[in-house]
Design a protein around this ligand. Structure first.
Ligand SMILES: CC(C)(COP(=O)(O)OP(=O)(O)OC[C@H]1O[C@@H](n2cnc3c(N)ncnc32)[C@H](O)[C@@H]1OP(=O)(O)O)[C@@H](O)C(=O)NCCC(=O)NCCS
Length: 204
């Protein structure tokens, strides 16, 4: 039995050399590239996009985004996946989805954000459902984690619509813009996913 410790993550539950492109009804999730920096800087210039993000503080500049891109692209597939969410019709990068992996515990943590111009159309729910589908059906994970600051109602709705179970709250668990924020914590087990799959279908 091999695991992260001997460098062969996922060999017990599906080998991964590079995370693949995913497609849903309206979206394409392709691996992030260093050349995506300009477009990401553009839509992260909107204060509302960074309001609840831990690693970005308004105002954003291109150097910050480039440094962030370089750091996430240097990570190995067994550590995480970062996808550019592309609107298929416009062929435009409109958001980011991430899956940070914890090999020994066979779980991953979901992260996401999107260009404000595309909010409220169900697009992030669609994108993350596709990542969930990949996580359980292909990577064979046992569990997914998702967290958000309590004030982030849009993220709460995404978690609820996808069928994540609220498991508790980290009191003052995140430090953002000079304040400690309470954080809601959610989980989805492989068995929860199977229940949701009946309702959502493959959505691809
Ligand atoms: C969170 C985010 C990705 C959601 O993207 P989205 O594509 O608009 O999500 P969806 O359209 O799939 O779902 C959003 C839901 O939140 C609801 N919503 C949004 N703002 C709301 C508010 N202030 N009060 C109540 N509901 C709200 C929408 O109505 C929708 O629910 P519905 O389908 O039941 O009507 C987007 O708001 C965003 O990028 N926020 C900034 C970054 C961020 O917070 N990332 C998450 C960090 S944990």
């Amino acid at each position: 039995m091999k695991n992260l410790a001997n460098g062969r993550f996922f060999s017990t539950y599906g080998a991964v050399s590079r995370h693949r492109e995913l497609k849903s009804h309206r979206l394409r999730l392709r691996p992030l590239e260093i050349t995506d920096g300009e477009r990401i800087t553009e839509f992260m210039g909107e204060r509302a996009v960074t309001k609840f993000l831990l690693y970005f503080t308004y105002p954003i500049n291109p150097e910050q985004v480039r440094a962030w891109l370089q750091s996430v692209l240097s990570l190995q597939p067994e550590q995480c996946a970062y996808w550019a969410i592309v609107d298929q019709k416009e062929d435009l990068l409109i958001g980011i989805a991430s899956l940070t992996l914890d090999g020994p515990n066979q779980k991953g943590e979901i992260g996401y954000w999107m260009d404000k111009a595309y909010w409220g159309k169900g697009l992030m729910t669609e994108a993350i459902w596709r990542v969930i589908h990949y996580s359980f059906d292909e990577l064979k994970l046992h569990r997914l984690d998702l967290t958000h600051m309590v004030e982030n109602i849009a993220s709460q709705r995404v978690a609820e619509k996808l069928g994540f179970q609220l498991e508790g709250c980290w009191r003052e668990g995140h430090y953002k813009d000079g304040t400690f924020r309470d954080v809601k914590i959610y989980g989805m087990l492989a068995v929860d996913y199977l229940r949701m799959k009946k309702r959502f279908g493959e959505m691809a």
